[in-house]
Design a protein around this ligand. Structure first.
Ligand code: DGY
Length: 308
């Protein structure tokens, strides 16, 4: 069964190869579950939709939740574990693409490229002169929240920009060449840019508090390619409006696809519609890995990329 709207080619393959059906929305859902819920052995979904305990309880034969995407914060993994349901994701194949997105956001928000593009398109150049001068991205101090696969790939790229890298994780990463901060606010005080690369979910919800954002200071930038839930979004908006932060590059938001109106009106933010992994190559690789996880489960009862 498919929960939520997925990539059309993935849906087509699921329908053709597995005769998968999409869980309907609204009133039809109840009828569908009453008629078919007892037959469903695997669900394919994405980080946008996920599967919660109440749906698991309607699918007594469910053995796997196969996630298209690396983030699985919308699935109740504890509930799955308690019911012996395996959960898989698609790690590694999107690491480079998402790390590229983080660096692009960092460059864009500091150099104001998107704002300059709007300036040209609005016919303001040269009649209004040039857009304001921007900030250099090279040689900066960058703090990474979440030095995992994606955080590590971002750090690796930024070393090429001669940036000094520090990071905050729950625990220090053994043999990491970067400076570890056990205290996130302390790291924020010491860096020019904070890049969020931590997984979403209860463990990181609201981790980037108003205090952490304020510690970045009026010359500090925030980049988020992870999950909007990691940041106090109201505080972010307030500090940006008050000039207490220099800018933000965001691919994710707290209540997607809702983007706070105030952000839409600011020139010192770059806003992307959660496209961190959105290249032809990466999405094809994610699709392949999703299907490989599903196949593996259907043939052997296990998945290739279990999340617990
Ligand atoms: C992921 O893979 O988690 C991306 O953020 C898409 O949800």
């Amino acid at each position: 069964m498919q929960v939520g709207t997925l990539k059309p080619s993935l849906t087509k393959t699921l329908e053709r190869r597995y005769r998968a059906i999409e869980l309907p929305e609204g009133e039809d859902r109840e009828t569908f579950l009453a008629e078919h819920g007892g037959d469903v052995t695997a669900v394919v979904t994405s980080g946008r939709f996920g599967v919660q305990a109440d749906l698991m309880d309607r699918l007594p034969k469910l053995g796997a939740v196969v996630n298209f995407g690396v983030g699985f914060d919308t699935t109740d993994v504890e509930a799955a574990q308690a019911r012996n349901i395996v959960v898989s994701n698609t790690p590694d194949v999107l690491t480079d693409c998402v790390a590229d997105t983080a660096v692009a956001l960092l460059l864009d928000v500091m150099r104001g490229f998107s704002a300059a593009d709007r300036f040209v398109r609005a016919g303001r150049w040269p009649s209004e002169g040039n857009p304001p001068l921007t900030r250099q991205a090279s040689n900066r101090r960058v703090g990474i929240l979440g030095l995992g696969r994606i955080g590590g790939a971002i750090a690796h790229r930024l070393v090429g920009f001669n940036c000094t890298i520090s990071y905050h994780n729950r625990r220090e990463v053994a043999a990491s060449p970067y400076t570890y901060y056990a205290d996130l606010a302390e790291m924020a005080r010491e860096v020019d840019v904070l890049v969020i690369a931590a997984a979403g979910g209860a463990g990181t919800s609201g981790l980037v508090t108003r205090d952490v954002l304020a510690a970045l200071g009026p010359k500090g930038y925030l980049v988020n390619i992870a999950r909007g839930s990691v940041v106090d979004e109201d505080a972010l908006v307030e500090l940006l409006l008050a000039g207490q932060l220099a800018g933000a590059g965001l691919d994710v938001f707290a209540h997607e696809p809702k983007v706070p109106q105030a952000l839409l009106e600011l020139d010192n933010v770059v806003l992307l519609p959660h496209v961190g992994s959105g290249t032809v190559e990466t999405r094809a690789a994610m699709e392949e890995l999703t299907l490989a996880n599903l196949d593996n489960f259907l043939h052997s009862g296990t998945v290739l990329n279990p999340v617990y």
